[in-house]
Design a protein around this ligand. Sequence first.
Ligand SMILES: Nc1nc2c(ncn2[C@@H]2O[C@H](COP(=O)(O)OP(=O)(O)OP(=O)(O)O)[C@@H](O)[C@H]2O)c(=O)[nH]1
Ligand SMILES: [Mg+2]
Length: 392
Amino acid sequence: MAKKRTYSTGPFRERAILVGVNVRSQGDYWSLDDSLAELSELARAAGANPVERFTQSMNRPSPTYLGKGKIEQLAHSVKHKKIDTVIFDDELSPNQQRTLEDKLGVKVIDRTALILDVFAQRARSREGRLQIDLAQTEYLLPRLAGQWSHLERLGGGVGTRGPGETQIETDRRLVRHKLSRVKKEISRVQSQRNQQRMQRTGGEAKIVSLVGYTNAGKSALFNRITRSGVIERNQLFSTLDTTTRNMWLPSGTQATISDTVGFVHKLPPILVAAFRATLEEALEADLLLQVVDISSPYAIEQAQVVSDQLLDMGLGDTPRMLVLNKLDLVVSTAYEPLSLCMLDEIDISEFSRVVTTSATQGWGMTELRDAIGAEFSEPYEENTPGLSLHQV
Ligand SMILES: Nc1nc2c(ncn2[C@@H]2O[C@H](COP(=O)(O)OP(=O)(O)OP(=O)(O)O)[C@@H](O)[C@H]2O)c(=O)[nH]1
Ligand SMILES: [Mg+2]
């Protein structure tokens, strides 16, 4: 009798192997090692204990994700190292996931499920919970259907097929019903938020939005600028809800500034779609402050991921300022020259200005405020970054 499978994105604490592939034809600027280092952090954030890494280089993506021999090696490791879960660094198709579970005999999770899991643990507000609920349900829907067809394939015959099919239909109907309910609720929350925005600004104030990689220091900067108490923590995805406050510009006019959810490498598209309501502030922004943690060894890759994802969200034309944060971790005083090699590697022509800050030390706050003010009072000149840096 076939074993019933369940796919869950709920919390788990298990011994895990991390698996990634390097596909030469895809030429990712993010190295496999770096990607797995981040996957390991995500796994820990979700409560798992990564004990080993498995990698494979290949010319083309494999329909089974890994080559046959590699899957055998992996199965051997799973058995001998008492592994509970194998975590893959890319989103697996429902078929790949099922085949790999069959071959490995343990639970198989992909990067998407892991990110959904971390989000689910962090979600506090009603809107955040609704959005993660939507993303998880969208993720589970095709896997749910696959789960039953798999049972039919294996069990088949009398006593399974009929009830199985009925069950698929019932499950799909229930899940679709849930999806439409959650979507309706999200759009209600979204229209309330739009109303609030209009009331707050009369629809006239400029909208500034902090965007950037998770853990870059967006909330810390937001708190510094607006004297708010948004949670800032050394962990992935502290912020899931957008917070908006008014801020005064040096000219005496008001703008609104928003703290938003962070980005991550290979951010699941279903999550971006589900969090569209939360990202509304960024979508409507007159100016994006792209925050980069310059102390991170992955600063360049992280900046690139965020630029690419903003482009995917249709924000390629919104004026963008580069905020190099955590300056205190790379220099000892605010006025020490910053090595230019880093700036050489980031394409600063994408940005209207570059400002360096330390949110924790309060460095660069006046410069940041001035730069935002200047952005709204001067004509935007393309490809002439007005570097308001003391050190460039
Ligand atoms: N040393 C130093 N630490 C900083 C600075 N800015 C932020 N941090 C720390 O970095 C960690 C992450 O900061 P957050 O403000 O929560 O980062 P975030 O970009 O909002 O992250 P998410 O909400 O997860 O997307 C916290 O522990 C902050 O105290 C800085 O300029 N210098
Ligand atoms: Mg935050």
